[in-house]
Design a protein around this ligand. Structure first.
Ligand SMILES: [Zn+2]
Length: 328
């Protein structure tokens, strides 16, 4: 699903909710009028009187002030009568109003000042989360829970800085990536490739980015390379998958392709991965790949078409240090 499709869907949903609320309200009022015809009469009078007030205002009559004062007094009297009538039933004026799910925007998603309502933003986020395959994990793995002190401050042989300093840089880069996700600066590459052995926080960092973007209402999809290939295989050779899901792989704002290199290697997987990387580049959507393979191993494993695109469009980010998994 494209973002525009999702937004259209949300709007449709608002229309439906609003209509439902209004229909329910009409039914309620009808039932109320049947048991209390007096109420309908007074409501009718109030409406007519309201019209006379605006007519008097527009006409600019000579005795406008006097006329208006009279009308207002009449209105007050009617309203009082109505309140009493309602009290008899244990009701208030509030019970006669349409019950929208969101009172602030009356289920329009948009406020009077033209801005999106809080309920709309919330809806975007909920939907994006639901599609991401990540809803559970992100509570635990995000920028706030990231612990730098897990990483050693000793510079290992052959590296220019300590794992901790490296992670500080990566953290800054990733926060910047989320923050500047809108802006497409030509200098920076739009895609990331995390590489390094397991247990160094690559997936954790990818999850941090995912949460940051999901909270902005972006569509983020997480798939391991293995899951992705079996999804595409099924789609191609067995049963057709939900076309929306397949389409989402190319069009979502960020695709996280975790553990590249753990899928089977054959001409099918190679061509699928190439197509995905290429289509996403053409669509202008962004991708985050993580892999345990070194750049050299990537070159050996994937054909030139894939590698040349990775080098051209991806920022390679190296993770190094000791495996953190046994330290937790
Ligand atoms: Zn609202």
């Amino acid at each position: 699903m494209k973002r525009s499709t999702m937004i259209r869907d949300i709007k449709k949903n608002y229309d439906k909710k609003r209509l439902q609320a209004q229909r329910k309200h009409e039914e309620k009022m009808q039932a109320l009028y049947e048991s209390l015809p007096e109420l309908e009469k007074i409501n009718g009078q109030i409406t007519r009187l309201g019209l006379s007030v605006s007519r008097a205002l527009i006409a600019g009559e000579r005795r406008q002030k006097e006329v208006l004062n009279n009308l207002r007094r009449e209105m007050e009297a009617l309203k009082q009568q109505k309140t009493q009538l309602l009290q008899g039933l244990g009701l208030t004026e509030k019970d006669l109003q349409v019950e929208y799910e969101c009172a602030d925007c009356q289920d329009r998603g948009v406020l009077e000042n033209g801005k999106h309502c809080h309920c709309y933003q919330q809806e975007l986020i909920v939907r994006a989360y639901a599609m991401s395959n990540l809803s559970g994990i992100l509570e635990k793995e995000n920028f706030k829970t990231f612990r730098l002190n897990l990483f050693s401050d000793q510079v290992p042989a052959g590296e220019p800085l300590s794992p901790r300093d490296n992670m500080i840089q990566i953290l800054q880069q990733c926060e910047g990536y989320v923050f500047n996700f809108h802006a497409s600066s030509s200098e920076e590459k739009a895609n990331l490739l995390f590489y390094g052995p397991t247990g160094l926080g690559k997936t954790f960092m990818a999850n941090c980015i995912a949460k940051g973007l999901l909270d902005q209402g972006k569509i983020v999809i997480y798939q391991t390379a293995y899951q992705l290939i079996s999804l595409l295989e099924k789609h191609q050779f067995q049963e057709k998958q939900d076309p929306q899901t397949i389409r989402l792989l190319s069009t979502c704002d960020l695709l996280i392709l975790d553990d590249l290199g753990t899928e089977m290697t054959n001409s099918f997987t190679n061509s699928q991965i190439f197509q995905l990387i290429n289509t996403r580049h053409l669509e202008g959507t962004r991708t985050l790949i993580s892999t345990n393979l070194t750049p050299k191993e990537l070159m050996l494993r994937y054909d030139d078409r894939i590698c040349s695109r990775l080098y051209a469009y991806y920022d390679f980010v190296k993770f190094f240090g000791e495996d953190l998994r046994w330290q937790r």
